[in-house]
Design a protein around this ligand. Structure first.
Ligand code: HEC
Ligand code: HEC
Length: 344
């Protein structure tokens, strides 16, 4: 008798343990700053991440009703499997098949930034979604009307109630929920991160380590910290003339800012081609050859890329390959496959 009961009992315990485990991982949403990152810049006191707020933010991120004709969501251009970029598009593609002018950057590690867009035109994450919602080539809808459409959708009042304690739907709450979702899009579990934090005996190969050293010597003054960006604006010589897109000068109107763009992170490059603000390079080999031999001069070219009239950063083919080997340690497969971030 006992012999029969025990296995059944054990099976039930195992089953319930694994169910609870599944439930916990789904529900456990809280912001934790990775040990190898600097302090976040987002003010979490005014908008802490909660599970209900994150889930509401996720639903809004994938909500096509935020566009004029219900065709386009944030997730249309920021796709999880391409690290939240617009896969395969050199410039973004929005409502009515309209083309934008810039490459959609990855939405990752946003909590550490206070300069958004390629030109830093927005400096608060909570304000950012208004720009794509109202942009005529992105979602093309007045923000007040977008909020009204969400108010009229019966699915939302209970979700706002769980997230914010009241079923009243307002623009600021909608924006805070989107920030909660975006703040959780943390990519910090690449091979490099695990090695840096000394996890699970992860080691880097000789090429990867030499590539890291070269990167530190030649690239990390702009692609700095473990976020791999200084969050500043530089002209890295991809053009001689910036008449079609003046970059930072578009915001500041200053001649010294012409052709300067925000330094992008170099995380997850495997998933985010093409590269640069206009998607002008499709492979890392092209990017490295650009720094080696393709730098184009202009009045605002960064001084690091113009050493006494010698343009660029001299890199042998071998050195370029080692840097690429290092860059490939920054791909975070767990991030792009994290089911919490996908459309539910
Ligand atoms: C039609 C495509 C498209 C849609 C839809 C879209 N975006 Fe973007 N997103 C872009 C492009 C392109 C940029 C870069 C814009 C620039 O630099 O001027 C961008 C930039 C961003 C950034 C800044 C990233 C950085 O590193 O500075 C964030 C955050 C972002 N979008 C979030 C959103 C959210 C939230 C929504 C929905 C409300 C949204 N996007 C809708 C294409 C899109
Ligand atoms: C002077 C600052 C600076 C230096 C030095 C620098 N970069 Fe960059 N990098 C930038 C800026 C700014 C951009 C974006 C330019 C644009 O889009 O117009 C960029 C873009 C990139 C991109 C494209 C990323 C994307 O998502 O589009 C890669 C890859 C890259 N750099 C790698 C490197 C490597 C490797 C080195 C060293 C050999 C290096 N960078 C040195 C400033 C710099």
């Amino acid at each position: 008798m006992m012999n029969k009961i025990i296995p059944v009992f054990f099976f039930a315990v195992l089953l319930s343990a694994s169910c609870n485990k599944g439930k916990d991982t789904k529900q456990d949403v809280r912001f934790v700053s990775p040990a190898n990152f600097p302090a976040p810049k987002y003010n979490f006191n005014s908008n802490p991440v909660t599970t209900a707020g994150f889930e509401l933010g996720r639903k809004l991120f994938y909500e096509t009703q935020l566009s004029r004709d219900n065709s386009t969501s944030c997730g249309s251009c920021h796709i999880s499997f391409s690290a939240f970029t617009h896969h395969g598009h050199s410039v973004s593609h929005g409502i009515d098949n309209k083309l934008g002018t810039r490459n959609a950057p990855p939405v990752m590690n946003m909590a550490w930034s206070d300069e958004f867009m390629w030109d830093g035109g927005i400096n608060q994450l909570d304000m950012l979604p208004i720009a794509p919602i109202e942009n005529p080539v992105e979602m093309d809808l007045e923000f007040a009307i977008a909020v009204q459409k969400i108010k009229n959708n019966a699915a939302y009042p209970p979700l706002f109630k769980s997230a914010f304690g009241s079923s009243e739907i307002t623009g600021p709450k909608l924006l805070q929920a989107l920030s909660q979702f975006m703040n959780m899009l943390i990519s910090a579990n690449s091979k490099y991160d695990k090695w840096k934090r000394g996890e699970n005996g992860i080691t880097l190969s000789t090429d990867e380590l030499e590539g890291l050293q070269l990167f530190q010597q030649k690239c990390s003054s702009c692609h700095s910290t473990d976020l791999f960006t200084d969050n500043k604006f530089h002209n890295n010589g991809i053009k001689n003339s910036f008449s079609t897109d003046s970059g930072r000068a578009h915001i500041t109107q200053l001649p010294q800012d012409v052709g300067k763009f925000k330094t992008p992170s170099v995380r997850n490059l495997k998933y985010t081609p093409p590269y640069m603000h206009d998607g002008s390079f499709s492979t890392l080999a092209q990017v490295l050859e650009h720094y080696n031999s393709g730098i184009k001069n202009s009045a605002t070219l960064d001084t690091l890329l113009n050493q006494n009239g010698v343009l660029g950063i001299p890199l042998s083919v071998q050195e370029q390959q080692k840097i690429i080997a290092f860059l490939n340690t920054l791909n975070d497969e767990g991030f792009i496959k994290d089911q919490r971030f996908a459309e539910q």
